[in-house]
Design a protein around this ligand. Structure first.
Ligand code: ENP
Length: 265
């Protein structure tokens, strides 16, 4: 029927498991939450409804119930590098991108939609090209707005300098729903990291192309901006899979240890 992927099988069980894992193990600082109640509020937004008529506001109750604070300096916004972001963030230990919040845990990598006059989920769902007001798109829109409003301190943004179409998409969640909802008075600085794929093209960098557009836009809004190309700490993570690539840093003592120098008399 629809062109998009259908509802993820076992959606309810996955969400209940993720929710309790989040509040008990990943981030107990969120305090007590009733995960069954949160799942009901989440499903109420889209079940038994026309899958092309779901608005961000339909998730309001769910957002209010599952809301928790984002520690200052822990927000991490991104475009085009989901898996690098989630491994670097390390499930809230280093950073807390939206996918590592309780709200994000309800949607990350999942797919869902309901049907009009039918209490079942559907096994195909509308894409955003088919209709913008679909269950998944509207969920991420309100989740992004809420996340941006909760973010404070130093804000980090990880972009992909090898992405075709530009590191900073002019139409995307970051541009459309996050930047406009940042609370300027609570933000001390915005730090942009532009990471190129290892061996990939260097299409965009700080001060160039779409990254320059972003820097100018944020400066005009009155933010204090820094931009770093291939930020070393994230580069180490990318280099785990390409240790000998010329663009990967050489750690001199490790190199000498490998050559046997460290242990020689
Ligand atoms: P994509 O298209 O690279 O990746 C989308 C994938 O990331 C989907 O599997 C989606 O789950 C999951 N995801 C995790 N967090 C978000 C999210 N936050 N979001 C949309 N999808 C998310 O990512 P996008 O579309 O460019 O979105 C990146 C945005 O996330 C940035 O604005 C960043 O700052 C923000 P699912 O449910 O679709 O399977 C907001 C929108 O945090």
């Amino acid at each position: 029927k629809w062109k998009g992927e259908g509802t993820t099988p076992n959606l309810d069980s996955i969400i209940i498991g993720r929710c309790y894992e989040y509040i008990r193990i990943v981030n107990p600082a969120v305090g007590e939450k009733n995960c069954s109640e949160l799942l009901e509020a989440f499903k109420k937004a889209f079940m038994n409804k026309d899958p092309c008529n779901i608005l961000p506001s339909d998730y309001e109750l769910f957002i209010n119930l599952s809301q928790h604070s984002i520690p200052p300096n822990k927000s991490l916004f991104w475009e085009n590098n989901q898996f690098l972001v989630s491994s670097y963030a390390a499930r809230t230990r280093r950073y807390m991108p939206l996918g590592d919040t309780l709200i994000g845990a309800f949607g990350d990598l999942l797919n869902w939609c309901g049907q009009a006059n039918n209490t079942e989920v559907d096994d195909s769902c509308p894409t955003t090209e088919e209709c913008e007001n679909n269950a998944v798109e509207s969920f991420w829109r309100i989740a992004s707005i809420n996340y941006a409003k909760q973010s404070s301190g130093i804000i980090h943004v990880m972009l992909n300098g090898s992405a075709t179409g530009g590191a900073y998409p002019l139409k995307g969640f970051f541009a459309d729903f996050e930047i406009p909802n940042l609370q300027k008075e609570r933000i001390s600085q915005i730090e942009i990291w532009v990471m190129d794929d290892i061996g990939g093209p260097d299409l965009d960098s700080c001060g160039k192309g779409s990254v320059q557009t972003l820097e100018t836009q944020l400066k005009e809004m009155g933010y204090d901006i820094t931009c770093i190309d291939n930020y070393k700490s994230v580069l180490f993570l990318l280099c785990l899979d390409h240790p000998d690539h010329p663009s990967c840093p050489v750690v001199s003592s490790a190199l000498s240890a490998q050559r046997g120098c460290v242990f020689s008399d």
